[in-house]
Design a protein around this ligand. Sequence first.
Ligand code: CA
Length: 659
Amino acid sequence: MRAQKRTVWSISVAALLLAAWTAEGQPARQVDDAALKNAGKTGTEWITYGLNYNENRFSPLRQIDATNVSRLGLSWSYEVGPGGGGQEATPLVWNGTLYGITNWSIVFAVDARTGKEKWRWDPEINQPAVRPKICCGIVNRGLALYEGMILAPVNDGRLEALNAETGKPVWEARVAYPQEGYTVTMAPRVVKGKVIIGVAGGEFPVRGFFDAYDAKTGQRAWRFYTVPGDPSKPFESDAMRKAAATWENDYWKLGGGATVWDGIAYDPDADLIYVGTGNAGPWPEDIRKQKGKDNLYVCSVLAVKPDTGKLEWYFQMVPGDSWDFDSVQQLLLADLTIKGRARKVIMQANKNGFYYVLDRVTGEFISGQPFAEVTWAKGLDEKSGRPIVNQEAHYDSTSKVSVAPGPGGAHNWSPMSFNPSTGLVYIPIASTGGFAYQSDPNFNPKPGQMNMGIVFGFPGFGGPAPAPVPTRTAPPAIGPNPPAGQRGGALVAWDPVTQQEKWRRPGGGSIGGGTVTTAGNLVFQVIPDGRLVAYSADKGDKLLDVQTGLRGGMGPPVTYELDGKQYVSILGGTGPIVNPFGGGGNRGGNRGGANAPAPGTTGEATNRGGTNQAANDNQAEDAPAFPNPSNAVRPKLLTFVLDGKEPLPVSQPADAPKP
Ligand code: CA
C-alpha cells in the first residue's frame, strides 16, 4: 500500500515538473553527463548525434503518426551556405535552437521555430591548401553539445569548442594535420567530460587513431592508435604490442590505415566507449605485403574505457582486409532477447554486407547474416564470427575479380534506426552488384597522396584509368535475392533477433540520407535523390513521398518538438563541387562518403543465379553523380511540420564557385 502511494506521488511530481518545464517554453537545461545519459527520452530535443548514447535514432514523439504524416509540409527553410560537397550532418536541437554544420566545417545556429539565424562561425580553412588532402568529400557529419558549448570538427584537423549562445570560440585543439593526410569529418561525442573524436583519411598513408579531450580545457586526455607504429620505437600500449604481431615487413611506412570516421557509442553501465575502424592502407594485402596476416585493428570494433583509453575487447570483422571494408558504420546498442536469453548487444550493418550482433560487455560474437548481396565471403563462422572468405575474392595485379559489396559498401555512413516497438532496424542499403578489384601493377608509394594501391576506373569522368576487366569468374552470391526492380538502393527493415529481412522498399543507398523511426509507428527516410519518404514502421506501407527539390547531397532526418509542435528537419543540396580529377563536370554529393572515391561505376557485372545483373542498377535512384554545375542546388536546411504551407525549393542554381 505504501509503495503504491509513493509511486503515485512520484508520477505526480514528475508530471508537475514536466508541465512546468514545457509551460515555461523550455528553459535552458544544461547538457551535462546526466542529460546525455537521458538523451532522447522525451524526444523534444536532439542533443547528441545518434539521439542517445545507444545511437538508435528512435524518437518517442507521436504527434506525427501513421494516420496524419501525409499532411506534412514545409514550415521553414534556411540556406546553409554555398556548398562544395554533400550535407552529411545530423543537426542538433537544444534550448529552442537548431545547430548544424555544413561544407568546410561552417557551423550555424538558427531558431528551431522559425529558421531565423542566430549565429554562424566559419573556421576559415585554407581551402586551396587543404582541398587536395581531403580524400573523400568536403563533408562533416555533425556536432556535439556539452555544458553550453558546441563541439565542432574542422576538416583541416582542428576540434573547436564554441559558445552555444554566441558562436564565439572557447577553445581549440589540434587533432591532426592535413599536411599528414588526415582530415576530421565525424561528429564528436562527449562521455564523462571528455570529447571523443577520430580522424579520416584512410586512403592516404596515415596511421589511424581516436582521441579524448577534456571538454573544459581542450587538453588531450589520451590517444588510442588503431594500428602499430614504427617497431623500432616503444609500443604505446599492450594493445599495440599485440597488434604488431599481426603485421610484417615495413607496414608502418605507409601508415597502416584503420581511421576512425563515423560510428561511436557509449554504454554507461559497462562504462565502455565503442568505435569502428576503417580499412587497411593500401587496400590490397599483396601491396601491403601482408598476405595471410590479420593486421589488427583494421576493420574492427574496439571497446575502450573512457577514463584511460585502455582496450577492453575488440572484434575484427575483416581480418587482412583487401576490399576497403571500413567497419566504421553506426554502432547501435540495444537490449534484446535472443534464444530466450536477455542480451546487451552492439550491432552494425557493415560495409561488407553482414549484419553483426555482438555482446557489448564481452565482445562475444552472437550472430551475423548478409543483409545485402555478398560474394566476398561464404558466411561467418558460427562460433567466432570470422568470415569464411571466398578464395576467388582475393586479387592481385594480374588476377582481377568483381566482388560484392564494393568499396561504397552495402551500408555506409547513412544512419539506420532501431524501433523497440517493432523490433526492427531500418537500414538504407545499396547492392552495388560488384566492383572490379585489381592491384595496381605500377604501384609506387607517394608521400602525401592517396595510396590505395588499386586500379580505379572512372569511365566518363576524366579519371586516371579504365575500369579493370575481371579475369576470373565472380564468386557465388549469398544474401537476400530481391526480385528484379527491387535491386540496388533500398530501405531494409531487418529483424536483428532472427537476422532476417522483414520488408524491403526500393529507394535509398548506402551513402546519402538515412532514417529516423518514431513512436508514431513511422520510419522517415531521406533518399539520396532528394526525397523525404515515410513508411509505417511495422508493415512498410508508404505514407509520404516528397521531392524536396534539393536533388542530392542529402543528410539524415531528425525530429524534435517545440511549443507543442513536432518537426522533422533535414539538410541537403551540394552547390557546385570541384571535380577531384580536374575534368569537366561536377561531383554529386551522394557519393561523397569518406571512403567513396567515386567507385561503384565500373559497369562490371556480377553473376548471380545464372543472370548477369548490371553493376550500377542502383544509380538510377541515387541522384546523378556529376550534375551539371549550373543546376546544382544551393544547400538548405528544411524543416517540416503538419500542415506546413511554405513552398519547397525548386532547382535554384547555386553560386558560382569562388576562384
Ligand atoms: Ca576507406
